[in-house]
Write a protein that binds this ligand. Structure first.
Ligand code: ZN
Length: 347
């Protein structure tokens, strides 16, 4: 017997999404658009050439495809940032200072010329801490940018020296961030060449977003927590993408093992407490119900923010997923826009 369907005629049209969304890990190349340099870096980071070329076109666009894709995804506001490896891989401090200023001016112009659609996170020249503080203050206080995005460690990544932000010389920078009450988005970049050659030797497919970005960034976050950054600067806020770079899943085990053998470290709180009080977690590039539930059970809906990781992910994929994710409507609203309005002061 044929199955009788509900009649198509007279059916209600599918409801149009009216869920406001602020997406906060949305990348640009801005004034740094050099195709060969970008492609070379992307391929070193494990991105295929074809994919890198598609992403490259979108990284440069701020007036057409990006806005169309935001509209298709129901994204009201994109918080823009310079794509990895950004300023952090520049070795000459004077160059880093100049490029940061150029990028931040560019971002501020984009925000001003697309009212209501874009906000932005600054780039800063951490090669010179005093200059980074000065540029942070200029970017936030004068240009109106909403925080800073740092692409992992500071250094070329070519096997030379690298710096992580738990080093005490960065304390004045954390102090400035706390005073300005703006967050630092700790974004991945590919691990240093030494790590690539040993741990990932023979496996370039594991260096980038597949896996290598997550342990690189999670380790940096753990250095901040166990290195006492949040004890010295309780008001400091760090945003982690990709649903927390594996930390929500692993926090209990990390803290358990640490307590057995702290090796001279003496943080004031447990890792779970730092995650709940000093970190924000975004959905960028990890549109997984399981990962979201784990993040929710670790930090709660008040500390999770919507993001796509455009153009390395499709904004529409991010949006359709969060609209259907098995969570309460109250949590969905917090994640999609309410938390971001608070963190970034966006009306
Ligand atoms: Zn990203």
């Amino acid at each position: 017997m044929a199955i009788v369907q509900l009649p198509a005629e007279g059916a209600h049209p599918a409801p149009r999404s009216s869920l406001r969304k602020i997406a906060i890990e949305e990348h640009v190349l801005g004034p740094l658009g050099e195709p060969e340099e970008y492609l070379e870096h992307s391929i070193r980071s494990g991105v295929g050439r074809n994919w890198a070329q598609v992403a490259y076109q979108r990284l440069l666009d701020l007036d057409s495809v990006r806005l169309e894709e935001m509209d298709a995804a129901g994204i009201d506001v994109s918080v823009l940032s310079l794509t990895s490896p950004g300023i952090e891989e520049i070795t000459d401090p004077t160059t880093a200072i100049g490029v940061s200023k150029m990028v931040n001016d560019f971002l501020a112009e984009q925000v001003a010329s697309h009212p209501g659609r874009y906000q932005a996170l600054a780039s800063v020249p951490l090669q010179d801490v005093d200059a980074a503080i000065a540029e942070l203050r200029r970017a936030v206080e004068t240009l109106g940018l909403r925080g800073v995005l740092v692409n992992g460690y500071v250094g070329a990544g070519d096997g030379g020296s690298v710096s992580y932000l738990d080093e005490e010389r960065f304390d004045p920078f954390w102090k400035a961030l706390s005073e300005l009450r703006v967050p630092l988005y700790l974004h991945p970049r590919a691990p240093d060449k030494k790590v690539q050659e040993t741990m990932y030797g023979g496996h370039p497919e594991l260096i980038g977003a597949t896996w290598g970005f997550a342990p690189e960034t999670a380790t940096h976050a753990l250095r901040l927590a166990y290195g006492g950054v949040f004890d010295r600067h309780p008001g400091a806020s760090v945003i982690l993408g990709h649903m927390g770079e594996t930390l929500p899943y692993f926090a209990w085990r990390i803290q358990r093992a640490f307590e057995y053998n702290p090796l001279g470290k003496n943080p004031a709180k447990r890792l779970q407490d730092y995650l709940a009080e000093n970190f924000w977690i975004t959905t960028s590039g990890n549109f997984s119900d399981q990962a979201l539930i784990t993040a929710l059970l670790t930090v709660g809906a008040d500390r999770i923010l919507f993001a796509s990781d455009y153009p390395f992910e499709m904004a529409t994929d991010a949006a359709r997923w969060i609209e259907q994710a098995p969570i309460s409507e109250n949590d969905r609203r917090k994640i999609c826009y309410k938390n971001a309005e608070g963190v970034f002061g966006i009306a």
